[in-house]
Design a protein around this ligand. Structure first.
Ligand SMILES: Cc1cc2nc3c(=O)[nH]c(=O)nc-3n(C[C@H](O)[C@H](O)[C@H](O)COP(=O)(O)O)c2cc1C
Length: 208
């Protein structure tokens, strides 16, 4: 490897470390300071979402930025608990200065690019979930790198949220997150080891 190659390799490792650091130190934040989040900062996180990859670059995502307290209250009311307790993110949606609700335009992701347009895989039309998740992951990682907290919320009545926000036919609500400055530092949740989730050549084979 030449000198230039060595410099490039060192630079790549630096970039890897910075990216991995953001990925590993992000965590779900459910307590927020009342400190407002400026429009410019909101723009920065949405810009990251916009650059996510998507099915034939169809970019089915739409984002609704909610700052109005009474609307955030209504969103909080649409959350569903996954156990016998209320959803753990309920107060976060209510108290964070901003909520971002991610929607998807239906009939794009998962569909053939040419007429007759129809779903072409066993996942049917549900690739929109994947596309929106990629955009949301960009959003939460950039938010974290700016010192902001988020938490993915999936357990809610999507039809109720669509009504609250006036989401039209042909779109559905996929996920939402509060956005604001964290007022807690929760411990990092554990992850499975690579040896438990990575196989080589055949499912179940751990022989690297
Ligand atoms: C698809 C999805 C849906 C989620 N829905 C909720 C939710 O409704 N309420 C909540 O409090 N957390 C929700 N979470 C957050 C997870 O509980 C959290 O990401 C997980 O426990 C790992 O913790 P960490 O984000 O701090 O690493 C959701 C996460 C994902 C990826």
């Amino acid at each position: 490897m030449g000198v230039l190659g060595a410099i490039k390799a060192r630079w790549n490792i630096r970039k890897y470390k910075i990216t991995l650091e953001a990925i590993k130190t992000r965590r779900s934040i459910r307590k927020y300071k009342s400190t407002p989040v400026g429009d410019k900062t909101i723009g920065l996180v949405l810009e990251a979402a916009r650059w996510a990859p998507s099915w034939v670059n169809s970019q089915c995502w739409r984002f609704i930025v909610v700052r109005d307290s009474s609307i955030k209250d209504k969103l909080a009311g649409a959350l569903i608990g996954v156990s016998d307790k209320p959803n753990r993110a309920t107060e976060a949606i209510r108290n964070a200065p901003v909520a971002i609700v991610a929607c998807a335009e239906l009939g794009k992701s998962g569909y053939s690019a040419r007429e007759p347009r129809q779903p072409i895989t066993d996942k049917s039309e549900f690739w929109y979930m994947f596309d929106v998740a990629l955009a949301m992951q960009n959003l939460v990682l950039v938010a974290h790198s700016l010192g902001l907290g988020t938490v993915y919320i999936g357990a809610f009545d999507a039809k109720q949220v669509a009504t609250i926000l006036g989401v039209p036919e042909g779109f559905c609500v996929v996920s939402m997150t509060p956005l604001g400055y964290p007022d807690e530092e929760p411990p990092i949740r554990p992850r499975k080891e690579l040896s438990g989730i990575v196989f080589y050549d055949k499912f179940g084979s751990n022989n690297a």
